[in-house]
Design a protein around this ligand. Structure first.
Ligand code: HEC
Ligand code: HEC
Length: 346
């Protein structure tokens, strides 16, 4: 191959792998119920194992705490050696409920099997050097070797990253929300929502315009449009520096490296949201619409955890979204309480 072409394709390869990571294929299209149960059990074990972190103290469940709806109650996450990240830990309970097909606040991953591997090597989350180190830690346990061999009988002798991702994703997908008062109301139990929550539902769908993005349609409403919107949160702090921060993102993205690692270690760049993934200036400051299922259990709020309570989050959204839509909305104190009561029923 002529040298120029070789270099050209190397650069293209780096760009492609920086943008997408390596391609993972779920090991088996649809495993039997027994195999799926084995994968879920294995995924749960991995999820709770601190030996898969650089300092041996952090596991997935350190930040996705089961008793806190799989969040950590902190504004931003704290990982190995006490390093703080830049983003608020999202609940994992809405992933299956909302049929999510893009992951993280900026949607940088489109396969859950990939998303679940990222924290393991993120420098401020679990901090492993690379996936080779991950596999070394797993294979030194004979119990893991046996569990992988059982859950992936079509695999080779030793566990692969693909299998680790498949097992963790199977576990995350198995985490579901119990039926909520809103679900029971939808199924015909009119008494499941208080009169105040019913007023809140009407506001949410109607005058307050929330359902334009936190969508209510379909047989099991996801409370998200799976799209990205300007957030109004956080961008103010870097407005004066925007050109420099934007150039920083572009420069670093050309050096390769995972988007998630960059975002977690550069607070300013993290505020640019979707732009970190697409490098399209139109995407500066856009974030994925979060599902609001179970939202009363996941304070603090927004991508940077800067909004402490549900009431504050409602006030912010009422103000900012109506400003954005160009139709100023004045909701009374009573109406805001109605909205809050409705959100607590999800
Ligand atoms: C140090 C805290 C921390 C640890 C440890 C951690 N996470 Fe997370 N997790 C986060 C944060 C923060 C985000 C959001 C990051 C972002 O959007 O940029 C996140 C996002 C996710 C998402 C995407 C959720 C969504 O709705 O888009 C998944 C899936 C996930 N984590 C799974 C895991 C798994 C599996 C592990 C263990 C291998 C793990 N996490 C370990 C903090 C953590
Ligand atoms: C234009 C689309 C859009 C509309 C309309 C909208 N939201 Fe949001 N909402 C978002 C996005 C995007 C975020 C995430 C913003 C961020 O993190 O920076 C969000 C975040 C939230 C959060 C925080 C969730 C969390 O887990 O952190 C709450 C609560 C919320 N919205 C409630 C509402 C309410 C109530 C209304 C109606 C008054 C509303 N939203 C209208 C797009 C919208």
């Amino acid at each position: 191959m002529p040298r120029r072409v070789l270099i050209g394709s190397l650069v293209a390869g780096v760009l492609i792998s920086a943008a997408t990571g390596f391609v993972l294929h779920p090991t088996q299209a649809s495993p039997s119920a027994a195999v799926l149960a084995q994968r879920i059990a294995l995924g749960k074990q991995l999820f709770n194992d601190p030996s898969l972190s650089a300092d041996g103290t952090v596991r997935c469940a350190s930040c996705h705490v089961p008793e806190k709806s799989y969040t950590d109650g902190r504004p931003v996450a704290i990982g190995v050696y006490g390093h703080a990240g830049t983003r608020n830990t999202p609940s994992l309970l809405t992933i299956a409920a909302a049929s999510e097909s893009s992951f993280f606040w900026d949607g940088r991953r489109t396969a859950l099997e990939q998303a679940v591997l990222d924290p393991l090597t993120n420098p401020v989350e679990m901090g492993l050097h690379d996936q080779t180190q991950l596999l070394q830690r797993i294979t030194r346990s004979s119990a893991y070797r046996a569990a992988f061999a059982q859950a992936f009988s079509d695999g080779g002798d030793s566990p692969t990253p693909n299998e680790v991702g498949t097992a963790l994703a199977a576990y995350v997908r198995s985490l579901t929300l119990p039926d909520s008062p809103f679900d029971r109301y939808r199924q015909g139990d009119r008494a499941a929502l208080s009169p105040r929550a019913q007023l809140g539902l009407a506001l949410f769908r109607g005058k307050a315009g929330c359902a334009e993005c936190h969508r209510l349609d379909g047989s099991s409403p996801a409370f998200t449009d799976h799209a990205y919107h300007r957030s109004g949160v956080g961008l103010d702090g870097i407005a004066a520096n925007l050109p420099a921060v934007t150039e920083g993102v572009i420069a670093r993205s050309l050096q390769g490296g995972a988007v998630g690692d960059r975002v977690a270690t550069h607070a300013d760049e993290a505020q640019l949201g979707r732009f970190n993934v697409t490098l399209d200036p139109a995407d500066i400051g856009l974030f994925r619409t979060p599902s609001l299922r179970g939202v009363s259990h996941t304070a603090p709020y927004m991508h940077d955890g800067s909004v402490p309570t549900l009431e504050d989050a409602i006030d912010r959204e009422v103000y900012y979204r109506s400003l954005q839509a160009g139709r100023p909305l004045n909701l009374s104190v009573e109406e805001r309480l109605d909205l809050a009561e409705f959100l607590r029923s999800l």
